[in-house]
Each structure stands twice: as structure tokens, then as C-alpha cells.
Design a protein around this ligand. Structure first.
Ligand code: GTP
Length: 157
């Protein structure tokens, strides 16, 4: 378990365990890559961030993740790999499952919901994410822990 304060001063707890906080999390967050590059969405209010959102009634977290990636990026997901889960101690509490996927396609759309669609990251995401045009969500330690997991356990590096 890892614990830290987020950009707003709320306590965030992150774990790589299987569903440490909830088997039915209300939120999902998906780290996406396409042809080896990280793909973010440009949220109209919060700025650049990985796609994500709320799990709708009747959906599984994996189904919600695939839907959010299509809505916010126009991306078709490959295998959705569970990375971990985190809890934000806001009221009411937020629990998010984090997934990784390598997109199999990225097709332009006319509407990307609350976002302006996909943006490919060309530089080093772990340092670029602290710039003002990135969402507060990207500044969390959760992003660093998730990227480290992908690079060390999935990329084998
Ligand atoms: P909607 O209900 O979607 O309109 O939006 P909302 O902005 O109220 O969203 P949500 O329920 O997703 O989040 C409520 C609060 O939880 C936010 O204002 C944040 O303080 C916090 N929060 C949500 N997601 C995250 C996250 O991924 N990381 C951190 N650190 N805080 C989050």
C-alpha cells in the first residue's frame, strides 16, 4: 500500500493488489498507449489526462474502461490489464480501478464527450505531467506507480 496527499490535499491510498478497496469500483482510469506512445485525452476543464470515468449501471469495470477509451479517444482497446486500485478520501470516497491497454486502433471522431480527443505524448510523461495544462489527476503518485508497473512488469524492462 502506498499513501500520499494529492494536489488538493486529500489522502490517496494505492495498491497493486486485486481489488483492495472494492470489487465493484465506481470509477476506472486507463493508461493507454498506441504504437509505443502514451495517449492522453484533453479534458475540456481539467486538461491532459488518461481516459477514465464512472462505471455505469450494469457495466463491469472492464466494460466501462473500454467504453471510456472509445468515447474519449476513439480508441479500440486491446487486452485490458488490471494494474491496481486507489481510494481518494474525499466525501463521498472515490475508488478507482486502474487498467493498462495497448490500443489496437485510433479513429478520428466528431465528438469526444467532455474532452477534445486524443493527444500523443512525445516527451517524458513522468516529468511533463507537472505542467499547468495537465489535469490534477495526472500529478498523483498513482500515475507514477502505474507507469512503473507497466515498464517493469509488462514491458519487462
Ligand atoms: P462529476 O460527478 O463527474 O460531474 O464530477 P466530479 O468532478 O464531482 O467528480 P468525481 O465524483 O469524479 O470526483 C469528486 C472529487 O474526487 C474530485 O473533485 C476530486 O477531488 C476527487 N477525485 C476524483 N478523481 C480523482 C483522482 O483520480 N485522483 C484524485 N487525487 N482525486 C480525485
Amino acid at each position: 500500500m502506498y499513501q500520499f496527499k494529492d494536489d488538493n490535499g486529500f489522502t490517496v491510498t494505492y495498491s497493486y493488489d486485486q481489488h483492495p478497496f472494492s470489487k465493484a469500483p465506481a470509477h476506472v482510469f486507463i493508461l493507454t498507449r498506441y504504437n509505443g506512445q502514451w495517449v492522453l485525452t484533453q479534458h475540456k476543464k481539467r486538461g491532459f489526462e488518461f481516459p477514465g470515468g464512472k462505471v455505469e449501471n450494469g457495466e463491469s469495470p472492464v466494460e466501462a474502461a473500454a467504453r471510456e477509451v472509445m468515447e474519449e479517444l476513439g480508441g479500440e482497446v486491446g487486452e485490458l490489464i488490471y494494474i491496481g486500485q486507489y481510494k481518494v478520501d474525499v466525501d463521498p470516497e472515490i475508488i478507482k480501478s486502474v487498467f493498462y491497454t495497448d490500443l489496437t486502433s485510433l479513429t478520428p471522431k466528431s465528438d469526444y464527450h467532455e474532452t477534445d480527443g486524443p493527444v500523443m505524448v512525445t516527451g517524458d510523461l513522468l516529468s511533463e505531467r507537472f505542467q499547468d495544462d495537465f489535469s490534477f489527476i495526472m500529478k498523483d503518485e498513482t500515475v507514477r506507480l502505474s507507469i512503473e508497473y507497466i515498464e517493469q512488469k509488462l514491458d519487462g524492462g
